[in-house]
Design a protein around this ligand. Structure first.
Ligand code: PLP
Length: 381
């Protein structure tokens, strides 16, 4: 039996990616700038709308790092970050010598709880006599957050927002693309995300001027002189023209990918509906429009006859099906031991009961049927 993977890369049938790569070779633009980079950024700006400007970068992590540099985050500062996430959301806070303050999730979206966020802001002000330097909400597995409430709190306390929309590429909140609500937004084009450039990311910027400044830091902070003059520390974070060629090709099948991920969500909901103790995470109401990057389930052993998420994971594995536990909350990670955290039990409960199911464009309906059949077997035995 062929192995079913969580989320594999998938190239366009028309071979658009190869066409743009070949163009780059033929014109010798095999460098971290060029026509593909400019055109990919235009494509992304078209998707964002809302007057946003986009810089293509070497990774989503680099995008978060540059956003924090743009916001002047430095030693002694605090930055509020969603606890339920991948470590890449929080690591750049530490790169800047600042301290992450972790905020737990609410039950609907699994993303940052606005009430806890406000409490965290108040505590940070009490500790430091000033508000935190930034807020980083995340769109876990593609699900939008209560971003209106988060933005409202951020504006009241005058704190900039960096949306980590690495997993939410193409997701919308009340019709607006996630990543375009805050001061900055992050995209990731790693191999396992909604679209890929083999590895890469982008930063959504609020203005042309901010974009120019981000490009300056992303290319070693070189001053405009004929010789190499540096007044600030820079980074080598630009996307290569080859990777951007893949990205341009992938943009032609974004809608196809989105509908495939959503079709799989509907499939899992329909075929798992009659199984006690298995709940598929769906859009909580019509304001949410998730890309369902990874479809996720919650396993309640009290209702499955004692079968836990990890029993299920092991059974799926024995059937050649990859599944994965949900992110382990940052406030429980040894590396962030001692960081302030506002915790309500939601993220730890998700981690202790949740599983990601295969969801990419390479997962066929026949594969999905094999997956739900294996889940039913595990619970019957
Ligand atoms: C993938 C991911 C990132 C980082 O993106 P890279 O391109 O891999 O650096 C950041 N945040 C979240 C939530 C992610 O899932």
């Amino acid at each position: 039996m062929e192995k079913i993977w969580l989320c594999l890369a998938h190239m366009s049938d028309a071979g658009e990616e190869m066409k743009y790569i070949r163009e780059a070779f033929d014109t010798n633009w095999v460098v971290p700038l060029g026509p593909n980079v400019n055109a990919f950024e235009k494509d992304l700006e078209g998707l964002c709308g809302n007057g946003k400007h986009v810089v293509a970068l070497s990774s989503g992590t680099a995008a978060i790092h540059l956003s924090l540099i743009m916001l002047g985050v430095s030693r002694g500062d605090e930055v509020i970050c969603q606890s339920m996430t991948f470590s890449a959301s929080a690591n750049p806070i530490v790169y800047q010598g600042a301290t992450p303050v972790f905020v737990d999730s609410e039950r609907d979206s699994w993303n940052m709880d606005p009430n806890l966020l406000e409490e965290a802001v108040k505590q940070s002000i009490a500790r430091n006599g000033r508000p935190p330097k930034a807020i980083i909400p995340v769109y876990l597995y593609g699900m939008p957050a209560y971003i209106d409430d988060i933005m409202d709190i951020a504006r009241r306390y005058e704190i900039p927002v960096v949306e980590d929309s690495a997993e939410g590429f193409g997701s919308r909140w009340r019709g607006q693309l996630v990543g375009t609500f805050g001061d900055y937004g992050i995209m990731s084009f790693n191999g396992n995300k909604m679209i890929t450039t083999s590895g890469g990311g982008a930063l959504i910027c609020p203005s042309e001027e901010a974009k120019r400044r981000v490009m300056f830091y992303a290319t070693q902070a070189r001053e405009p002189m004929p010789y190499y003059l540096h007044k600030e520390i820079g980074y080598n974070y630009r996307m290569s023209n080859i990777c951007a060629g893949i990205g341009r090709g992938q943009m032609t099948i974004l809608n196809e990918h989105l509908s495939h991920h959503r079709m799989l969500c509907d499939f899992y909901v329909e075929h798992l509906a009659d199984i006690d103790g298995i709940t598929v995470h769906v859009n909580p109401d019509e304001r949410f429009d998730s890309n369902f990057w990874l479809n996720t389930i919650i396993v309640d052993p009290a209702k499955t006859g004692g079968v836990t998420y990890d029993d299920l994971r092991q059974h799926l594995d024995s059937q050649g099906i990859e599944s994965r536990p949900l992110w382990k909350p940052m406030h429980t990670q040894p590396v962030f031991n001692g960081a302030p955290a506002l915790v309500n039990g939601v993220s730890e409960n998700l981690f202790n009961h949740g599983l990601c199911l295969p969801s990419g464009p390479m997962v066929t309906e026949a594969d999905a049927l094999r997956i739900v059949t294996a889940i039913k077997e595990a619970i019957k035995n």
